[in-house]
Design a protein around this ligand. Sequence first.
Ligand code: C2E
Ligand code: CA
Ligand code: CA
Length: 256
Amino acid sequence: WEQWVENHMQLALTAGEFEVYYQPKYEPSGGRLVGAEALVRWNCPDRGMIPPGKFIPIFESNGFIMKLDDYMIARVARQQAEWAIQGKKAVPVSVNVSRIHFSLDHLAEHIVRMIDSYGAKHELIELEVTESAFFDNKQLLVDTVRRLRAYGFPISIDDFGAGYSSLNSLKDIPLDVLKLDAEFFRGDDVMGHGRTIVKEAVRLAHQLDLRVVAEGVEQRGQVDFLAGIGCDMIQGYYFAKPMPLAEFEQRVERDA
Ligand code: C2E
Ligand code: CA
Ligand code: CA
């Protein structure tokens, strides 16, 4: 499989087989659509839709993830510029920037150049950094994040709570959004500890001036709970799965 992926990835990129799917983010109460995350899908003519779990880890180990991330950032920037020209409602879209991207010296300038070539508004493109990126060159990461924020791009910490150094990273890195990992909303919460942790994490985040997105929320009861504790946004199947552009545009018309 790895061999197949390596043999096909470059051609697939050139041929436009990687597609941007949009997963909406909703306000917990009121159900307004207030943003989205861009997620890649590999639409392969021979093998059909390949989910990211099957190729992202391979791209991460062979470095191709940098090309894919750039492609996604460019596509989202182009889309935001197009929506603006068409006079459509503007919703911020977040893009994943993989861990190894943060080993580059001039990542912030590289990203701003890419986005500016389409003329998209910076505040409408949010960059997601996974918690795991905080283990590498921390000083470089802090520096890059500062520069990106100075250019006006909101920064979120992705999969918060899934790794090891979460609380620590909040101290050192200037962020805008905290994305609570989906694991908090899996399994049953017999002792109620899960709810306590989520509630206190939201409170902590708010005290640090961060907005909170709860990821992977599937049930009505969880939505009500999150609304009750003031969680800012929900991204999960309860509201919507990742979807192609045309469908997302209809959602925005209806719900934003
Ligand atoms: P992620 O960044 O944590 O993205 C959220 C994942 O959770 C998505 O999986 C989404 O479809 C899934 N999800 C959202 N709500 C629910 C829910 O209610 N229930 C369940 N069971 N799942 C939910 P997806 O699209 O398969 O992506 C998996 C991972 O692949 C992403 O996790 C991200 O780490 C990576 N990925 C996807 N696109 C890109 C990309 O363009 N660049 C990079 N670097 N990584 C990407
Ligand atoms: Ca993400
Ligand atoms: Ca995540």
